[in-house]
Design a protein around this ligand. Structure first.
Ligand SMILES: Nc1ncnc2c1ncn2[C@@H]1O[C@H](COP(=O)(O)OP(=O)(O)OP(=O)(O)O)[C@@H](O)[C@H]1O
Length: 307
């Protein structure tokens, strides 16, 4: 369990983290979302013990950094932003170095290294200098060092930044497949990532916590949640759709040719829209219920404090 109370961090008078309060329980995969400079990395650095808070309290598994800094650090695996590593070492040398620091020796050390190398699929680059590796492999080396001691808590700062779509998918699968009783905190700029891997979302802007709930609750804040969007194969008169019972309003995107129908509160309009489209033989080539648009919700939530 991580318990954060009234956490603040200032840099020469500038408040980067402003009175954060939250608890995180085992099994939670938390996505930290926020614009550039929101305070995500600074918060992560304080939870890992890398930076001291200006004020406030952090407890990790009922331990505090003042009295049990080392014990806490043993429980945490941390991938800092940019996955820093010693570039002239090979992954084998780097992971051996980290494993020793984490207290592993002999056969146990070798077994831990083998396990993480397989987990993040580093086999083919183990003897190449890290500085010569692609971004994706560098990031995987960073993940491997964070996982080497099988920590209870994993803190990953932008783990998929700069990866290609296949590599992003692999890292997300890896995070999803981690033991279900771990705490995982990831920071990301990719809104879809939170729905892909997280079961809790925190949105931070200007150091303040603005949203803390499930990805589904975030989707529900979108004005598009539950709306029905159609596309016609050629231009057609959609005005009667706006008159259907249960439809509150209609939005037409002239660029894409898409028509979106917004339901009245509490109404489900899919069956009405499909029935009308069939009856009037509208040339519909796609029709779907919107899950909510995260970019719109993110803008709405963060604009209030950034304006
Ligand atoms: N060591 C430092 N000294 C001075 N200011 C700092 C320091 N570290 C962070 N800041 C400032 O604190 C604010 C929060 O930075 P932080 O890196 O935590 O944001 P972030 O949400 O992780 O941003 P990004 O998404 O761009 O990585 C920024 O304005 C940043 O410039």
């Amino acid at each position: 369990m991580i318990s954060v109370k009234n956490l603040c961090k200032s840099f020469e008078g500038y408040t980067a983290v402003d009175n954060l309060c939250f608890d995180i329980k085992p099994g939670e995969v938390v996505g930290f979302l926020g614009p550039n400079g929101a305070g995500k990395s600074t918060t992560m650095k304080m939870i890992t013990g890398f930076l001291p808070p200006s004020s406030g309290d952090i407890q990790v598994c009922d331990l505090s950094f003042e009295s049990a800094s080392l014990k806490i650090k043993q429980k945490i695996g941390y991938l800092p932003e940019g996955a820093p590593a010693y570039g002239d070492m090979t992954p084998l040398q780097f992971l051996t170095f980290i494993a020793r620091i984490r207290g592993f020796k002999g056969a146990e050390k070798d077994a831990r290294i083998d396990q993480v190398v397989q987990q993040v699929e580093l086999q083919e680059v183990m003897d190449k200098p890290i500085e010569n590796l692609s971004k994706g492999f560098k990031r995987r080396v960073g993940l491997a060092q964070a996982l080497i001691h099988d920590p209870e808590i994993l803190i990953l700062d932008e783990p998929t930044d700069g990866l290609d779509p296949n590599q992003k998918h692999q890292v997300r699968e890896l995070i999803k497949n981690l033991a279900k009783d771990k705490i995982v905190i990831i920071s990301t700029h990719i809104l879809e990532e939170v729905t892909a891997v997280c079961n809790r979302v925190m949105i931070i802007a200007k150091g303040k916590l603005l949203f803390d709930d499930t990805p589904n609750a975030l989707h529900k804040l979108s004005k598009y949640y539950g709306a029905v969007t159609l596309h016609f194969s050629y231009r057609a008169d959609a005005s009667e759709l706006a008159e259907l019972e249960g439809v509150d309003s209609m939005e037409e995107d002239l660029k894409t040719g898409r028509v979106t129908l917004f339901p009245k509160p509490g109404e489900h309009i899919l069956h009405l829209v499909t029935a009308h489209a069939q009856r009037c033989k509208l040339p519909v080539d796609s029709l779907f219920v919107e899950q909510g648009r995260l970019d719109e919700v993110f803008r709405k939530i963060t604009q209030e404090v950034t304006e």
